[in-house]
Design a protein. Structure first.
Length: 120
C-alpha cells in the first residue's frame, strides 16, 4: 500500500492513471466505520422517539382512564403480593399498545413491577 501511495504522489504517472488508481483503491478498501455510527445514531433517535411517545401516552386522559379501570378491577392491590402502595400498571403485551384490553394489563407494586422487567 505504501508503494501505491508513493506512486500516486510521484510524477511518474499522469492524471488519468492517478484517478484510476484512486478509484480502484476506494473499491477495494474496507468500508469506513462512520456509516455504522450513523445507523447507531438513527437507532438511538428511534428509541428516544418511542420513549417520548410512550411517556406522552402515559400522561393522556385515555391512559389515565384505563389505568383507573385496571386498578378498580384489581381492587387497588398488587396482583402478586397484594401490596397497596406504589402501584403500577404493567403491560403483559404491547401488541395492542394504545388500544389495550384490560386483559393485557395487570396491577403490580413498584417492587414486583421491577422484578417482572428484570426477569424478562
Amino acid at each position: 500500500m505504501e508503494t501505491i501511495q508513493k506512486l500516486l504522489h510521484s510524477n511518474k504517472i499522469n492524471k488519468r492513471e492517478r484517478l484510476e488508481i484512486k478509484q480502484f483503491l476506494k473499491r477495494i478498501q474496507k468500508p469506513k466505520k462512520k456509516k455504522k455510527k450513523a445507523k447507531k445514531i438513527k437507532v438511538k433517535k428511534d428509541v428516544l422517539n418511542r420513549k417520548i411517545e410512550y411517556k406522552k401516552y402515559l400522561n393522556s386522559a385515555k391512559w389515565k382512564a384505563i389505568r383507573q379501570d385496571v386498578l378498580l378491577r384489581d381492587n387497588y392491590r398488587c396482583a402478586y403480593c397484594y401490596n397497596l402502595d406504589n402501584l403500577h400498571i404493567h403491560h403483559l403485551s404491547y401488541v395492542n399498545f394504545k388500544k389495550e384490553k384490560l386483559s393485557d394489563l395487570i396491577t403490580l407494586c413498584k417492587d414486583c413491577h421491577k422484578g417482572e422487567h428484570l426477569s424478562n
